[in-house]
Design a protein around this ligand. Structure first.
Ligand code: AMP
Ligand code: MG
Length: 506
């Protein structure tokens, strides 16, 4: 691998250099060959043969420079003070085969000076969820951390019950969070200029060409964050804990805890069991992104160089909403295979209302549109469409039809029929092949439903990792109908079953 350990050049107040604490008897969970190739990990025999030892904390290659980072943050809207890597270490920074800097971060690696009351460990359950989610988002083309692999061990970890300790080698373009700057502002304000230079040169070097590099950098962070959150909304992803310490400065999804993918469409859905007020509900994510960036940007007021003023910072933040809207609306139209214009948006919002009113599955319903456009070529999508129409009938508690053309007798079905006609009228004006490509490439067949992850976890807790491996393969090509899928991979929960919130314990 091409090492580039630059974080260690920064002021030593920002981190603590230390090795991981070994796990007891680490064993293979899963290894991500794609990521190994991207990093050049697979070109090194020592790394390939000893990867379980490395992830288990028993062996630290000489080129690694492990350290825990200090950061702070606002959790659920409240200032939380110093946080930091309490159970993870930045192990190394490397250039991948696209010359992009990547952090290798071992999560679950034991105590650090930032562990506070925690034990420094991660359990198998949350490790598998993080492993599969990072992979799923990457394959859905959403900026996100990924992982090289994970190990399980005999180290006991106490949560609500005793569980097995595990460790994940997370790979992300950066582990600098918005909360890093909050830490500096509170505990080492003299480092702000140096740290800003580091962020700028390392992750936003193109901004050096601007007349005002710092402002260009800050605005780019705002734009990338807005686009990432638009991507989340479009795919139906709820992060669950959008605290400022969980948002990366690169606009890449980080820290998977009580996340979830939308199943039956409910914009007010809260996936985090501890989120009593719904602060991080799916529909609040865009506003929370803005709130977090506002907190973050205000700290740069201390920098008096480079045109940074209260007004110029406000201008950076003002870019958030139009960037989000542009990306979200364009993406929504693309999910219908339509051009970005007001007629398409009207149809898109009507479709979302239909899904919400009838609690239809978000992923399956969008994918079902392929059967309207190309019924002869899409047998899988035809089944989805049949289910959609069946459920519309069910919802009105009325006689139901089994396909889109019969028994249009209920209110919901009338709304659907009218929508469908309007949609097909708009489609008829377009190049059909291009519409099909747009539908296929913007509407996945497979997302990581909570129950899918849960089944893989239950098997893994019995020592069986085949289901993790199967889901890894399935989610590697989320836009392609695959034989390895089982019916449960694409089945929405029962309509009256509330989507189960996920516990924060991990
Ligand atoms: P999270 O809610 O997972 O983003 O974590 C918030 C903070 O708590 C971070 O500083 C974590 O490093 C820390 N933390 C979470 N779990 C543990 C643990 N088991 N041991 C030590 N620190 C932890
Ligand atoms: Mg976190």
């Amino acid at each position: 691998m091409r090492y580039q350990n630059t974080y260690t050049n920064l002021d030593t107040r920002l981190y603590h250099r230390q090795p991981p604490t070994p796990l007891d008897n680490p064993r293979v969970g899963h290894f991500n060959t794609q990521v190994a190739e991207q990093l050049g990990w697979n070109d090194d025999d020592d790394l390939m043969t000893r990867w379980v030892e490395i992830l288990g904390g028993h062996y630290v290659p000489a080129e690694f420079a492990p350290l825990s980072m200090a950061y702070a943050g606002h959790q659920f809207g409240q200032w939380a003070g110093q946080l930091g890597d309490g159970r993870g270490l930045l192990m190394a920074q490397v250039l991948d085969n696209n010359d992009q800097l990547q952090d290798l971060h071992l999560k679950g690696s034991g105590l650090t000076p930032y562990s506070r009351m925690g034990d420094g460990r991660a359990v198998l359950r949350s490790t598998i969820r993080e492993y599969l989610c990072g992979h799923a988002l990457n394959q859905l083309n959403i900026p996100a951390s990924n992982a090289l692999g994970f190990v399980v061990s005999d180290t006991p970890v106490r949560r609500e019950r005793m569980e097995a300790g595990a460790a994940l080698m997370r790979v992300a373009d950066s582990h600098i969070r918005l909360g890093h700057v909050e830490w500096i502002a509170s505990f080492a304000p003299d480092l702000l200029a140096e740290f800003t230079d580091y962020m700028l040169d390392t992750y936003y070097s193109e901004c050096r060409d601007s007349d005002q590099p710092v402002l260009a950098f800050l605005q780019s962070v705002v734009e990338r964050t807005a686009r990432m959150i638009a991507d989340w909304q479009l795919i139906g992803f709820a992060h669950g804990v959008m605290n400022t310490d969980n948002l990366s400065i690169t606009g890449s999804t980080l820290d998977f805890g009580p996340f979830g993918f939308m199943e039956r469409f409910n914009p007010a859905w809260i996936n985090n069991h501890s989120d009593h007020t719904g602060r991080y509900a799916y529909q609040n994510q865009p506003a929370i992104g803005h709130w977090n960036l506002n907190v973050w940007l205000s700290h740069f007021m201390r920098l008096t160089q480079d045109g940074v003023t209260r007004d110029s910072l406000a201008e950076c933040l003002a870019v958030y909403e139009p960037t989000f809207m542009q990306h979200y609306q364009q993406g929504l139209c693309a999910k219908l295979g339509l051009p970005h214009q007001s007629e398409s948006l009207k149809l898109a919002f009507e479709f979302l209302t239909l899904l919400e009113d009838n609690l239809l599955d978000y992923t399956n319903s969008f994918r079902a549109l392929l059967a309207l456009v190309a019924p002869e070529d899409c047998p899988y999508e035809q089944q989805l469409l049949d289910t959609l129409v069946l459920e519309l009938g069910d919802n009105a508690n009325n006689e139901i039809g089994t396909n889109a053309d019969t028994n249009i007798s209920t209110d919901a079905q009338q709304v659907w029929q009218a929508w469908r006609e309007e949609y097909l009228a708009q489609i008829s004006l377009l190049d059909k092949a291009a519409v099909i490509v747009s539908l296929q490439s913007n509407n996945p067949v497979y997302i990581l439903r909570n129950d899918m992850a849960q089944r893989a976890i239950l098997a893994a807790e019995q020592g069986q990792f085949e289901e993790v491996a199967r889901l890894y393969e399935l989610l590697a090509s989320p836009y392609t109908v695959q034989d390895r899928a089982i019916e449960l991979d694409t089945t929405a929960p029962a309509r009256n079953a509330r989507q189960q919130p996920i516990s924060c314990s991990s």
